[in-house]
Every structure is written in C-alpha cells, then in structure tokens.
Design a protein around this ligand. Structure first.
Ligand code: C5P
Length: 298
C-alpha cells in the first residue's frame, strides 16, 4: 500500500477587515487581520494513478472543489500529468460561513500533495499557487495571527495573541462572498492604510482588552440584509462577550471571551433564543494547516 498522509485544516475568523478600494481586476484592496481557530476539516491522501476527491458532503465532491483544484494546480506546476492522489475530505467547517473552509482545504491539499509527490517546492512558490486559487489560501499555509493586505493574499505574521475563547454563531443559511463585495462596491468609503495594525500592536491585544481595532466593513451590507445577525451580535455582548463581530462576509458572527466559563455561560443564555443556530466553541490557534496521523483522520 502506498503512503497515507493526513492534514487538518483550520477555520479562520477576521479580527478586523477594512475594505480600502476596488481594484482594476474586480477584487477589493483589503487590510485584514486573520486569526486561525480550532475548528478543523480533515484531508487524507494516498498515491493513486488518478487524481480524485471524495467528500463526506457529496455536494462538495465535484470538480469545482478547491482542494481538488489545488492538487491539479500543483500537478500542472510540476508538469507531470502522471501524478495522482486519492484525496478524502471530511468537512467540519460550515460552507458559506465566512470561516474560510474551502481556502483552508486548498492549502491543505497543496501541503499534502507536495509531500505525497515529493515535490521540492519553495514556500513562496506554494503561497503563489495558493493565491491563484483564492485570496485566503496563503493565510492558511501559515495560520496563527496574520495581517492580510492586497486581496488579503499578502500575508505578514503578527505577534501571537494570548489564547482567547471564541464562540461561533452559525445561522441556518450561508452567504455568498462575491455577492457581498458586489453590493459594497457602490458604498465604499476610503480609509487610510494601516488603520488596524497600529492599534493591535500598541495594545498587546487581548491582554489590555482593547477591542477598538475590531471592525468589519462588510457588516454594513450584511447586517442590514440579515437583521438576525445584528441581533445575535448584540446578544453576544449582552451575554458577556468582550467583543462580537461578523467574520469575513458572514454568515458567522463570533464572540471573543477571555475565559472559558464566560463563553459557556453565554452559550447557555443564547441557546434558546437562537435555537436554529449552531453554536460552536473554539479557541484561537497559533498555527495553520498541520500534519496529523493518517489514522486520526478516518
Ligand atoms: O478569492 P476568493 O475566490 O475567495 O473570493 C471570492 C469572491 O469575493 C471574489 O470572486 C470577489 O468577488 C470577492 N473578493 C473581493 N476582494 C477580495 C477578496 C474577495 O472582491 N479581496
């Protein structure tokens, strides 16, 4: 039997997301702070004569799956069409939730296939391939706390935050990122560059409990269209969260807590009112895609 490898691919939240301008290529210029969290998709792979992907959510098993496209992109880069892999993806990160699940899987597939195929590839080249697949992919190769500029694909590590407890509120619907950026385009206010970073660095967040830098410019479009998300955000803060914010373009709204006990209390308080939401307890995570024992992924 050929070698079997497995990685786990973390979700992310955006601690800050400023939209600076619309670019000629149709994307938006961002200044964002990504934070990896402990909610994982699992990706397993073993050598094969063909390149295939199975997924526990059959709707995601098609050729458009970003993990499969990432593996194909790496194979094209290597230029050896005989390279194959049997990939198996177990989804735990909800889709269309602003948690970057598809991008995390793509980063996982790049790492996994590079090792499976014994490709000697520079980290920078892997990051460039990732950025072609999606603006968030480079972040997941690195993880932790990082600033993203450009399309969100130019990544710069930030000092590691002390561990925080993060309660995810995931409503029973997803939101299309492209649609939200499209709706925002007509309503862009220009901000100066670097609005978020100085505050973050100066205040050793979250030790000083300074949440002023936590802002998401996409909220003005999303919370207006889905008032339930605004209600959840307010309820989080009423229930004791240090801060609550929309993640990416949604649909997840998360709360930050300095203590696990506070998070659990808030979860209990919110459970009845938001009975059809999924409330998921996570923590901030200092890394990105990481290797696990293949058996652990089955
Ligand atoms: O890069 P990704 O495929 O994840 O982006 C999804 C969509 O979000 C893009 O097609 C684009 O419409 C929008 N987007 C954007 N500006 C960014 C990132 C994403 O307009 N910086």
């Amino acid at each position: 039997m050929s070698e079997r490898l497995a990685v786990r691919c973390p979700a992310k939240i955006n601690l800050a997301l400023r939209v600076l301008s619309k670019r000629p290529d149709g994307y938006h210029e961002l200044d964002t702070v990504f934070q990896a969290i402990t909610l994982w998709d699992l990706l397993e792979g073993q050598g094969s004569d063909r390149l295939t992907l199975e997924c526990d959510l059959p709707a995601l098993a098609g050729p458009a799956n970003l993990a499969l496209r990432a593996a194909e992109r790496l194979r094209d880069h290597v230029g050896d069409p005989s390279l194959g892999a049997r990939l198996r993806l177990t989804k735990r990160i909800p889709v269309q939730a602003g948690l970057g699940g598809g991008s995390a899987d793509a980063a996982g597939a790049l790492r996994l296939c590079a090792r499976l195929w014994e490709v000697d590839i520079e980290e920078l080249t892997l990051t460039e391939l990732g950025a072609e697949l999606g603006a968030d992919v480079p972040f997941f190769l690195q993880g932790g706390t990082a600033r993203g500029t450009g399309r969100g694909d130019r990544i710069e590590a930030l000092p590691e935050l002390s561990e925080c407890h993060v309660l995810l509120g995931i409503p029973p619907f997803g939101i299309s990122t492209a649609e939200i950026f499209g709706a925002l385009s007509g309503r862009l206010t220009l901000y100066g560059n670097g609005v978020t970073l100085p505050v973050l660095l100066a205040h050793k967040w979250p030790v000083d409990k300074d949440f002023r830098f936590m802002v998401n410019d996409l909220e003005k479009v999303v919370l207006e269209r889905w008032p339930a998300l605004r209600s959840f955000r307010h309820a989080l803060v009423r229930a004791g969260a240090d801060a609550g914010l929309l993640s990416g373009s949604g649909s997840t709204v998360y709360g930050i807590f300095s203590a696990q006990s506070q998070l659990e209390r808030a979860r209990e308080m919110l459970a009845d009112e938001f009975a059809d939401w999924k409330l998921v307890e996570t923590r901030t995570h200092p890394g990105g895609v990481e290797w696990i024992e293949a058996e652990g992924a089955t």
